[in-house]
Design a protein around this ligand. Sequence first.
Ligand SMILES: [Zn+2]
Length: 276
Amino acid sequence: MDFPHIKREKEAVRVRTRHILMSFAFIMLTIFLILIIASRTSEAGGINLSGQAAAGPDNALGDISIPGVTQTPEPTVRPTVYRPDIDVSSWEFILANSEHNIGTYAPEQTVSIEGTAQYFDSRAIDYLLAFIQGARDAGFTPYIMTAYINYSSQEYIFNGRASQIAWGGTYTYEEAVEIARTVTSYPGTSDHQTGLAVDITDRYYSSLSSADIDEDLLNWLAEHCAEYGFILRYPALKESVTGWNEPWHFRYVGTTAAEYIMERGLCLEEFLELYE
Ligand SMILES: [Zn+2]
């Protein structure tokens, strides 16, 4: 028996299936073409990933990509941490602390600070004078308590302190020396022996304590020291590294290093470690 309506239906299903398959093939072909065009465009130079990766403080311009030319990325030496390009073996970076005893080191030449009995390394005196003047211009009356201390003076101060501690008889002299190390620098380990350190207060004090000194002055000094090439040598937050917390003690290192150190809240020890 012949069933023309079934035949017609079968034919219609076949035609529909063909349509669906052809549409699918067309869509796939379109996607394929789009992908090819997209990959060509990025190669032709719109986007250059290697150039972007190389851009940084040491390579400010990055790579310039030329349309149509595929660049082979050159290996770039990139330090993991950015650090200023300076020679830390220079005199400004001399480090004196309990682990780096500078022995009898003395600056080449020292000069009096504004005719006072306090001396400073002549190579950095102009920066110190500008720093002091800056504080005056801001309405403060900065006072230089202590600047350069030579080796023999430091030795004298230290031995005096140790003798004082041993005097009552509670401690042996050896024990007194160990105690003295925690309150005053051992000869050769004082930042003041570099000739680049200065204790700035608002007036004369017989012994220093941050509680007495005008807080506004200390804040101004910490905020502006880097502009004059100075750093806060013993920041409160770095006492575990340096052993000291002295908001009045500033140290010359030059403006480039000073700005880097103060912006990042480092101490001199941490800064110099970046160059080891
Ligand atoms: Zn000091």
